[in-house]
Design a protein around this ligand. Structure first.
Ligand SMILES: CCCCCCCCCCCCCCCCCCCCCC(=O)SCCNC(=O)CCNC(=O)[C@H](O)C(C)(C)COP(=O)(O)OP(=O)(O)OC[C@H]1O[C@@H](n2cnc3c(N)ncnc32)[C@H](O)[C@@H]1OP(=O)(O)O
Ligand SMILES: NC(=O)C1=CN([C@@H]2O[C@H](COP(=O)(O)OP(=O)(O)OC[C@H]3O[C@@H](n4cnc5c(N)ncnc54)[C@H](OP(=O)(O)O)[C@@H]3O)[C@@H](O)[C@H]2O)C=CC1
Length: 515
């Protein structure tokens, strides 16, 4: 029997961000390995017109939870959605709900955050710093709390090349940043943001670093741990390979490349693609929750959940495997045949963006207007290029994260726990993982059935023929324009024609003689 699974049995657990990518997989694993846990409280907000119950219902009825329903038929009774909004003071949790959380919670997994790279600093601070402070304040009033696990990111200190499992202090105290957001107006905040985040690419990585510092400062007597995952990708093994449900990180670019929108991206092929499967992150998170509660390590331990130093993959290898998988498992209704490449300098990237991204979008919108339809490709392409410009920072350089604490934790696990809560990425086969990832994007994000692959192949064949036709027509137009304007082109044309004529005559003559 797994000690970690037994530990979570009969526990009351609070998960923030449970409706997110990581949170869903965390919840699924808990219910599947510790079906006799007492309750999982999840902080949920209404979204896209759905009530809390509807959101929970949708999650429990998703493919991700299919196995859970077998081992924990009463899962819907063990999950308790609690209305909360991290944008609000006191998280907008009602008095009754707050009373229940304070009285019964044994473990907190704080996953909720804004992961957008372009959030204004005020919004990112509210979600990634102030909300964390409020959660820590709640935790300090929980008599039964055994561990508080904070999910940060391996990129919180991406301004450094080598990152240890320690909290690096930010130039301004988190509390001062929180206070200043209350009285500074947006214009001033926009003005000082570049200076505050100095060295970091966006408000996301900066506010995650602030959040870590706050947890360390205000964790008080709590049993706290911090986990820093790198780029979280689709599931590796459980509950099944290739599950993913959002367009963050690689997933969005895989969609864009598979649909033929993305043809080139500025990246350093040899730079480390530090991906880590979401189920690996979850297994480490649950092991950390158990270890923190049972061994109560002081001071707060930080755990890196990365792959680059243990089992490195690079963007070139990943890109080639993604393209190879498109051959086997093409996406449906592609705009163009998937055929992307990495460029390594800005000038080439800008040329490719103009020729391969912006121009085709303008031509296609022109065709849509001609056929009486609303143009949309230019807008979509601009959004994609904006997304890529924000991701480029992460795919043109490598970082090195120490993994001492994570390796120490693995050595503390029994063989059964190492099997059930496996976070040993050295066992990961990247080619197989990336192939499953792309198939998962097709099945779970694009909702495309594998039975549609023959039709998708036919569509790509038609696109190839159109591509050849277009190139031939373009060549002939350019050649005719050249012939009309250039004596040299005419001379060359006549030379080619006469050479062909002589070759054919000679060929005919030699055939006649042979007979
Ligand atoms: C050989 C070549 C092979 C080629 C093959 C290529 C594959 C191999 C190469 C792979 C290299 C991977 C590099 C990963 C590096 C990740 C590093 C992360 C490091 C930190 C990780 C973390 O610690 S934290 C998680 C990361 N955090 C994000 O990763 C959020 C980013 N993102 C945003 O910060 C917002 O996305 C941003 C951008 C502001 C736009 O913001 P925006 O407002 O313009 O756009 P929105 O996000 O609102 O999305 C508007 C509509 O575009 C849809 N969409 C959203 N994203 C999309 C997307 N990527 N591609 C397409 N479509 C997308 C969406 O579904 C919406 O559709 P709709 O409007 O219908 O809802
Ligand atoms: N994905 C990745 O590559 C990485 C993620 N991480 C960290 O992992 C954690 C989870 O990330 P991930 O699952 O990918 O992110 P998601 O965007 O998928 O999930 C974010 C979660 O936070 C919740 N949330 C956001 N804003 C609010 C709000 N105002 N009120 C209540 N809840 C809110 C979301 O709720 P709702 O569904 O209602 O929007 C959602 O449940 C984050 O802390 C992130 O920094 C770290 C490294 C890499």
């Amino acid at each position: 029997m797994s000690m970690i699974a037994a530990f979570y049995g009969s526990k009351s657990i609070l998960i923030t961000g449970a409706t997110g990518f990581l949170g869903k997989v965390l919840m699924e694993k808990l219910f599947r390995t510790s079906p006799d846990l007492k309750v999982i409280y999840i902080l949920v907000r209404p979204k896209a017109g759905q009530t809390l119950q509807q959101r929970v219902f949708q999650i429990l009825n998703s493919k991700l939870f299919e196995k859970v329903k077998e081992v924990c038929p009463k899962v819907h009774e063990k999950i308790k959605p609690i209305y909360a909004d991290l944008n609000q003071k006191d998280l907008a949790i009602s008095k009754e709900d707050m009373q229940e959380l304070l009285s019964y919670t044994n473990i907190i997994f704080h996953c909720a955050a804004t992961v957008r790279f372009d959030d204004p600093l005020r919004h990112a601070v509210q979600l990634n710093v102030t909300a964390t402070q409020q959660l820590l304040f709640m935790a300090s009033q929980m008599p039964k709390l055994e561990a508080f696990i904070h999910i940060s990111t391996a990129y919180s200190n991406c301004n450094l090349k080598h990152i240890d499992e320690v909290v690096y202090p930010c130039s301004v105290e988190p509390k001062k940043i929180i206070e200043s957001m209350e009285w500074l107006d947006d214009a001033i905040i926009d003005e000082i943001t570049p200076k505050l985040i100095a060295g970091r690419p966006n408000t996301y990585t900066y506010t995650k670093a602030l959040g870590e510092m706050l947890v360390q400062q205000e964790g008080g007597n709590l049993n706290v741990a911090i986990i820093r995952p790198s780029i979280v990708g689709a599931t590796w093994q459980e509950p099944f390979p290739g599950w993913v449900d959002n367009l963050n990180g690689p997933s969005g670019l895989i969609v864009a490349a598979g649909k033929g929108f993305l043809r080139s991206i500025k990246a350093t092929p040899m730079a480390v693609a530090d991906l880590v499967p979401v189920d690996t992150v979850v297994n480490l998170t649950l092991a950390v929750g158990w270890y923190t509660a049972v061994h109560r390590p002081k001071p707060t331990l930080i755990y890196h959940c990365t792959s680059g130093t243990i089992n490195p993959c690079n963007w070139g290898k990943m890109g080639l495997q993604v393209l190879a998988t498109f051959e086997k498992v093409p996406f449906e209704r592609a705009f163009r045949r998937p055929n992307a490449d990495f460029t390594t300098n800005y000038f080439t990237a800008s040329c490719w963006n103009a020729v391969s991204h912006r121009a085709p979008a303008i031509i296609y919108d022109f065709y849509l207007r001609l056929t009486g339809r609303k143009p949309r490709m230019t807008k979509l392409m601009n959004r994609l290029l904006r997304t890529i410009s924000m991701l480029e920072y992460f795919i043109n350089q490598s970082w090195e994260w120490s993994t001492y604490n994570t390796e120490m934790l693995m050595s503390e696990l029994s063989p059964e726990d190492q099997r059930v809560f496996n976070f040993d990425v050295s066992q990961l086969n990247w080619l197989e993982y990336i192939e499953n990832y792309v198939m998962g994007v097709k099945k779970h994000i694009l909702k495309e059935d594998m039975a549609g692959i023959p039709e998708a192949r036919q569509h790509l064949k038609r696109l190839r023929n159109i591509h050849y036709l277009f190139n031939t027509a373009l060549f002939l137009i350019i050649w005719c324009l050249l012939l009309a304007r250039s004596q040299m082109a005419r001379n060359m044309w006549f030379f080619i024609v006469s050479f062909c004529y002589k070759f054919i005559s000679y060929f005919r003559a030699s055939r006649t003689l042979k007979i």
